[in-house]
Design a protein. Structure first.
Length: 604
């Protein structure tokens, strides 16, 4: 079951990871596509506008010396050349300060030529128009109230005396949204503006150009004027309201409308959000050198960017589910055979971490990796068993459970110190064979160690025939003085019985003297970094050792200090021996002798 969950989680995690990687790749690719499309649109639009501006300026220069009232045919012939007809302009026209106006354009697929001529008294204007196709010419003449001198393109160009593009406006006759490029025709002698030449580009024409450039692209492209009015867009609702509104607007869908708001003239590619939807926006100005200070904006929805990645994720998950079902069927057959020995090994490992060495390893597995693990676990158990025999088991347990390495250092604590020594051991060792002495001494240490540990003490070390132990570290022991005293009393009782056994075996009895003191010590790991000992340092250690030696003077078995006596939590049988000096101290100590009670002592 766990394996199935892990496998499922791994597949889902891998699918999610692949989705994120695919998403990142899709975003990177989309940025590249958007950037390339932006550059292509900038290039194409810049080329077209350069041709339009150049043709318009050239028409003005070539017609600088002509009288507009008498040169209509010359203008029509000039603008019928491929340089002008290839631009597919809605209108190319020129006007003077008298109100004369010549224009060439296209209406309903036919070329339209128009002459607006002012009469001799400048009170009437004859508007002559003709539509011409390949086979015939339709000509009409009518009165017109159109005055080019009152149009913004003429007024602004005459005022600023330089080429310029207008904001979007509604065409005077068709109502279609347009933008006009106009340029002054300067008299070289006087430097005055004699005429204004201009060309119109319709929103419809700009939008058609963008559609041509965006084939196969799922986003949107917008061309913006210098005043943030829309020149063209691949997705928009045309506002063909008739009238002479100077600065018309185009209604764009919400994402595009937000994308073109507050954009700078600098090139940029950045995401933006509309509600819960995210889009990628790329902005760039047209090529330098043009009079049109326009910008190209390319918008791509995130849903389009991640569409393929999401589809790949769905396919990956479906494929993974199929693989998972097949894998579960196959794995189920072998899972139990693998799991059982692993579970047994886990139980053994748990027992070892608790220093329970009585658990046995399972029999060897046919799977080589598990067999190797079993062998390694058994080796580790033996190592810990050996390790624990050189250090107090409590210390080993703490090191294992903490998961830390032992380091040099200590802390100050109040401990109860215990020292024991065998009377006349030197004489005994001289008369007893070494093998028998070693066996008897090991039995002796085992008896004392078991009692000390049973009462919560920690064996510090064996010094020849002496035993050093303490209470209060590494775990705190609030009743350490009581426990140490009871342990000493029990040792004396047990040794009385054991000495009888040894004497029956022909061995010398081990008469033991014990000293106990309670005081402040420094306890911790002391030694070299590669070899250290958990022990105690301080004057309290020396006092306990001196008390053990004072037993010779009083003929006693157990002596305790005033500090230990004061720390007893329950009354014990004692004999007060008053104050006495001990070696190495200038101040006397109050000393008490513990007497062995008639009943066995136990830790309260």
């Amino acid at each position: 079951m766990l394996f199935s969950l892990l496998t499922t989680s791994a597949i889902l995690a891998l699918s999610t990871y692949n989705y994120h990687k695919a998403s990142q790749a899709a975003v990177t690719l989309s940025r590249t596509i958007v950037e390339h499309l932006r550059e292509r649109v900038v290039q194409e639009v810049s080329d077209y506008l350069w041709s339009l501006e150049t043709a318009t300026l050239l028409a003005g220069q070539q017609f600088r010396s002509y009288d507009l009232a008498t040169s209509a045919e010359t203008w029509f012939t000039l603008t019928d050349q491929p340089l002008f007809t290839s631009l597919n302009l809605s209108n190319l026209y020129i006007a003077d300060h008298q109100g004369n106006f010549l224009a060439t354009g296209y209406r309903e697929g036919q070329r339209e030529e128009r002459q607006l001529r002012v009469t001799y008294d400048s009170t009437e204007k004859n508007d002559i128009r003709r539509l011409r196709d390949a086979t015939h010419v339709n000509k009409e003449q009518r009165y017109s109230d159109y005055d080019p001198r009152l149009r913004q393109w003429f007024i602004n160009t005459n005022a600023f005396e330089k080429p310029q593009w207008s904001a979007m406006y509604h065409d005077f006759e068709t109502g279609q949204l347009s933008s006009t490029f106009s340029a002054p025709v300067i008299n070289p002698t006087t430097g005055a503006v004699e005429k204004v030449v201009a060309a119109d580009i319709l929103l419809e024409r700009a939008t058609a150009l963008l559609h041509t450039l965006s084939l196969g692209f799922d986003g949107d492209i917008v061309i913006m004027n210098h005043d943030n009015s829309v020149i063209g867009a691949t997705t928009l609702r045309n506002d063909t309201h008739t009238g002479d509104t100077p600065f018309a607007t185009v209604q764009l869908p919400a994402p595009i409308a937000q994308a073109v708001q507050e954009i700078s003239n600098e090139s940029m590619i950045a995401p933006f959000t509309v509600g819960d939807d995210t889009f990628l926006r790329a902005v760039a100005p047209l090529r330098p050198g043009l009079h049109a200070k326009w910008r190209v904006v390319v918008i791509l929805p995130e849903s389009v960017i991640l569409r393929d990645a999401k589809q790949a994720l769905i396919e990956s998950i479906l494929g993974s589910i199929v693989v998972l079902v097949i894998a579960l069927i196959l794995v189920r057959t072998f899972a139990n055979a693998i799991a059982r020995p692993i579970l047994r090994l886990a139980g053994n490992a748990t027992a070892i971490t608790q220093l329970n060495f009585h658990e046995t390893n399972p029999n060897g597995s046919v799977i080589s990796e598990i067999a190797t693990l079993q062998q390694s676990l058994e080796t580790m158990k033996k190592s810990l068993i050996n390790f624990s025999r050189y250090l107090p088991l409590l210390m080993v347990q703490q090191l294992v459970s903490a998961g830390k390495l032992a380091t040099i250092g200590g802390e100050r604590r109040t401990l109860t110190l215990f020292f024991s020594d065998i009377a006349n051991f030197t004489t005994i060792s001289e008369t007893t064979p070494p093998e028998e002495l070693l066996k008897q001494l090991c039995e002796y240490f085992a008896l004392i160690s078991a009692i000390i540990e049973r009462h919560g003490g920690l064996i510090d070390k064996f010094i020849g025939d002496s035993v050093m132990a303490f209470w209060g570290a590494p775990n705190t022991c609030p009743n350490g003085a009581q426990s140490a005293s009871l342990a000493a009393l029990e040792i004396q009782k047990e040794l009385t019985q054991q000495n009888a056994v040894w004497e029956h075996q022909g061995l010398a009895p081990f008469i033991t003297r014990i000293g106990i003191h309670t005081g402040d010590c420094l306890v911790g790991n002391i030694g070299a970094p590669e070899r250290m000992n958990y022990t105690v340092l301080g004057d309290a250690v020396n006092i306990a050792s001196r008390l053990e030696g004072l037993n010779k003077e009083f003929g006693s078995a157990i002596l305790i200090s005033q500090a230990t006596y004061d720390a007893l939590t329950a009354k014990l049988p004692v004999i007060a021996h008053g104050s006495h000096y001990v070696k190495g101290r200038s101040e006397p100590l109050d000393i008490y002798e513990l007497t062995v009670p008639s009943s066995p002592a136990t830790t309260p």
